[in-house]
Design a protein around this ligand. Structure first.
Ligand code: GRF
Length: 201
């Protein structure tokens, strides 16, 4: 399966995808960023993967930017779009164009703590079990059907940076696993409850 990865930052999840999947059954045909200075783009270039950046300021709004990204993804024949630390919201028309073909990794056990400050919110709420979710992307903020989740008990931890580092190790396993399941065609929606995904391993 040909996939594209959208990034905004460091790119440790992108590195995990390159290391675990790229060149096997999965080909990363492009890496796209909303930020031309994202360190993640360097990882892509090192692996000889085409990159492109689309700053919102260069377009007449987010909708126009997302249209340009979508056209680039189609030109590069991406069948699946993987959000790996992509911090911009995607417009509804982008989500509709790639319906059920966008996945995201999020550092909480959704539906708890959606949004950009998930770990900080979990710490503030005093939770003792943290976790990671890989999910399909719909029009909401981190509301799409859940593909994979893994919990980790971190009683006594209160430093969001330290907790996030622990969660990222889980992300680096769970996101490639989620992509592999999508590439294998192993994921479908439960007809009785379309919010629930059925996985046939
Ligand atoms: C990850 O923690 C992910 O859950 C969140 O953004 C972070 C990206 O990290 N959506 P990296 O750029 O892959 O290192």
């Amino acid at each position: 399966m040909k996939i594209a990865v959208l990034v905004s930052g460091r790119g440790s999840n992108l590195q995990a995808l390159i290391k675990n999947l790229h060149g096997f059954d999965v080909e990363i045909v492009g890496v796209v960023s909303d930020n031309e200075d994202a360190p993640a783009l360097k990882h892509a270039r090192t692996a000889d993967i085409p990159t492109a950046s689309f700053a919102e300021a260069s377009y007449d709004g987010r909708e126009a930017r997302d249209l340009a990204i979508a056209d680039w993804l189609d030109e590069n024949q991406a069948e699946l779009v993987v959000l790996a630390g992509y911090m911009a919201l995607l417009s509804d028309s982008f989500v509709a164009r790639f319906r059920d073909r966008i996945i995201n990794v999020h550092p909480s056990l959704l539906p708890a703590f959606p949004g950009t400050r998930a770990v900080e919110m979990a710490v503030a709420a005093g939770v003792k079990v943290f976790g990671v979710t890989v999910h399909l992307v719909d029009e909401g903020i981190d509301t799409g059907p859940i593909l994979l989740q893994r919990a980790v008990e971190l009683d006594g931890y209160s430093d969001p940076t330290e907790i996030h580092q622990i969660l990222q190790k889980i992300e680096h396993e769970l996101l490639p696993e989620g992509v592999r399941l999508m590439a294998d065609g192993a994921v479908s929606r439960d007809p009785a409850n379309p919010q629930r995904l059925i996985i046939e391993r």
